[in-house]
Ligand binder design. Structure first.
Ligand code: ZN
Ligand code: ZN
Length: 454
């Protein structure tokens, strides 16, 4: 049952207390009626252990200010969210200091990393999207006004740091009155998403929901961002690129490297099926880190020497000797990550994800760039001389440097023009009701990733 009212007043605690305010730059656009009392279903996580996520019906709270209600069409089931949804491993993220004393695992939270859908309602201050627009609810916000956005680093928009337990605001209520929040202000694992407009990017396309959900997913955006956004570093045509870890993020980076014109693309991945997929979507070489062992870095260096002037350094080649090898990849994208559980397909050489990160740095040629994107929870050790004067530039790749409003529509166009293959990544699609089983497949890596349609 839908009922409507005028805009509710003053419930956006986020705008009031927790997040830098986005100053209005033009008069508020007249809004369509705000949907209230809308009932919807979604997966709500609360407590600890398996069984913490259950399907619930809830009632949407009135929206206000810069909030946008999006009817979900599709969302990616992200590996980094799988343990939290399934109740395996730690369910509370890093502790964010606050004053409300909330514990994230005790709160009823719709998990997810955003998704794609259609705008159902907008608050009175929303300018970026209109009712009926198709949108990506992005894992990375872009306010356009903060210090980072103004200096060209929308990929680290400061709104992103305000997603802790104290920052979240309820968007709905369960039938017993329990307030329901959304992970990172976006959620995704429900029939509706309610996001502030800073997290919403309009995408003008008629693409199928599954394909759009894949290309707009946090992982595809990060992989394409690292390889084609140019925010952190730029892949030059004809260069040698290595991608360490070929899950959906790495496979997106492989495709981005192809789109950017790399001549040799080395995919490094323990799972055979994923190496084969990498070769299908653009890699020129595929290496198994288990088979290569401690020779992996040398193998990448050898590939960099295998054509052109090779090691003929007086002829423009790379000096493979001396104290610091000039061979290696010009551009390395690290997308390995830590394993929450032992995968049912081939496990990598280090479940913590640290070794692949070290190898990524070491296989980079002098003068090259390394972008790291994976979520690992330990300290990395590198030879200090290499780190200090080895001539390797490291870039921490939150969202791969993606500037959401500039780059996500570009990624959608790459998909529409056939440059970016979504079908190779979305190897499992499920409806809302079958989400939990698909998350298990993601967690145990028996599918590259999974798209849930609503
Ligand atoms: Zn994600
Ligand atoms: Zn910002």
């Amino acid at each position: 049952m839908l009922t409507t009212s005028v805009a509710a007043i003053g419930t956006a605690a986020l705008a009031a207390q927790s997040t830098p305010k986005a100053a209005a730059q033009s008069p508020a656009v007249a809004t369509a009626a705000i949907v209230t009392a809308r009932r919807f279903r979604g997966w709500v996580s609360r407590g600890n252990g398996p069984g913490r996520t259950t399907m619930q019906e809830m009632k949407l709270r009135p929206i206000s200010g810069r909030q946008v209600v999006v009817r979900t069409e599709a969302t990616n089931l992200c590996y980094s969210n799988a343990g939290i949804v399934l109740g395996i491993g730690p369910v509370t993220g890093p502790v964010v200091p606050g004053t409300l004393g909330r514990v994230l695992s005790d709160m009823a939270v719709i998990q997810g990393h955003g998704g794609v859908g259609v705008v159902e309602a907008v608050g009175p201050e929303v300018r970026r999207v209109r009712v009926g627009d198709r949108v990506c609810v992005s894992g990375t916000p872009q306010c356009g006004s903060c210090y980072q956005c103004l200096r060209g680093r929308a990929d680290v928009c400061q709104f992103l740091s305000r997603i802790g337990a104290d920052d979240l605001i309820p968007i709905a209520d369960l039938s017993d009155g329990t307030p329901v929040f959304e992970n990172s202000h976006i959620g995704g694992l429900a029939e509706l998403m309610v996001a502030f407009e800073e997290w919403v990017v309009p995408v003008f396309t008629k693409a199928a929901a599954v394909e759009l959900g894949m290309v707009c997913s946090c992982v595809a955006v990060a992989g394409l961002g690292a390889s084609t956004s140019g925010t952190l570093a730029t892949i030059r045509p004809g260069s040698v690129v290595a991608v360490v870890g070929c899950g959906p993020l790495g496979l997106s980076a492989v495709q981005g490297a192809r789109i950017a014109g790399a001549s040799r693309i080395v995919a490094i991945e323990p799972i055979r099926e994923r190496r084969e997929l990498a070769l299908k979507v653009g890699a020129t070489h595929a290496l198994d880190p288990n088979a290569e062992g401690d020779k992996l870095v040398e193998r990448v260096r050898a590939i960099s020497l295998a054509s052109g002037p090779g090691d003929r350094y007086w002829a423009g080649g790379r000096d493979n000797g001396g104290r610091r090898s000039g061979s290696g990849a010009d551009f390395v994208i690290e997308a390995g990550g830590a394993a929450t559980v032992t995968p049912k397909l081939e496990a990598g050489p280090d479940p913590t994800g640290i070794l692949p990160m070290q190898q990524a740095y070491q296989m980079c040629a002098t003068g090259g760039d390394v972008i790291t994107t994976s979520l690992v929870r330990a300290n990395i050790t590198l030879p200090a001389g290499l780190f200090s004067i080895g001539g390797v530039s490291h870039h921490g790749g939150q969202a791969g440097g993606t500037n959401p409003m500039r780059d996500i529509p570009r990624f959608v166009e790459m998909m529409e023009k056939g440059q970016f293959n979504t079908k190779a990544l979305a190897t499992r699609t499920v409806p809302l009701d079958q989400m939990m089983g698909a998350y298990e497949e993601v967690l145990y890596r028996t599918t590259v990733t999974a798209i849930m349609t609503v």
